[in-house]
Ligand binder design. Sequence first.
Ligand code: NAP
Length: 264
Amino acid sequence: MDFGIQGKIALVTAGSKGLGRGCAEALSAEGARVAICARTTAEVERTAQEIAAKTGHEVLAFTADMSKPGEIDRLLASVREAMGDPDILVCNAGGPPPGDFASTGLDAFGPALELSLMSSVRLTYGCVSAMKEKGWGRIVMITSVSVRQPIPYLILSNTARAGLAGFMKTVAREIADSGVTVNAALPGSHDTDRIRQTAVKRAEAAGRTLEEEMTESLKTINPMKRMGTPDEFGALVTFLCSKQAAFITGENVLADGGAYGGIL
Ligand code: NAP
């Protein structure tokens, strides 16, 4: 199937590893010209080279921290100068620290919202005008299954993702007749560094090895008894960016191997 995104300019933030990298690879494999960013210059440059070598398409690397508004502005200016205005925007960032109501102070909410809500809001403000002028655009926000069902001990993330879902739906409907779609992709458990780091902490607390902890958690993680892969997640996001997905906007699309038990 031709997804109709050959030559389109795609910006994937937080794209050097994990789900962001999965999205960048899948978009590049479809012929998009991809820009990725992350905080660690050497790593994001290496990832860009690896993806370009694999797909044969241009991938440019930028250094930017999604928790810093000035760096988001600079990133957008640099991408525009090097490649042009993004046709496709995949908003991603690292997640805020874990904690529950009792252990999380009020002062933790500002930075968490800046990282996991405002970065996507800023990126959207920075990209929508040019997309509307072109009459075509795709925005996908990587959020979490917690939009459907908040996850215990992730109060900061749960709060930010729910807010972003509200923003996403509002903008999507407001600009729906412009050719620009706005959606969110909701990961359940996917095998990335972040998930492994969380498993290390759980293993320490339970007195297990990492391998024992991973085996144990895979039994209960979802009915498929396995984690998703960044490739599978990238394929979902790339479909949402395709010409075929033109009639899908304002949606929260879940990829969790059936873990969420609700009907809607
Ligand atoms: P990951 O494997 O740890 O990768 C994170 C990526 O983001 C890296 O490229 C990292 O590079 C970059 N990054 C982190 N903080 C950044 C910042 N402030 N500014 C710019 N780039 C930043 O994480 P992941 O599992 O792919 O998770 C991606 C997102 O999905 C997170 O928001 C996470 O909470 C959410 N999520 C993931 C899962 C899952 O199963 N994996 C489930 C639900 C939700 P640098 O460190 O070099 O910046």
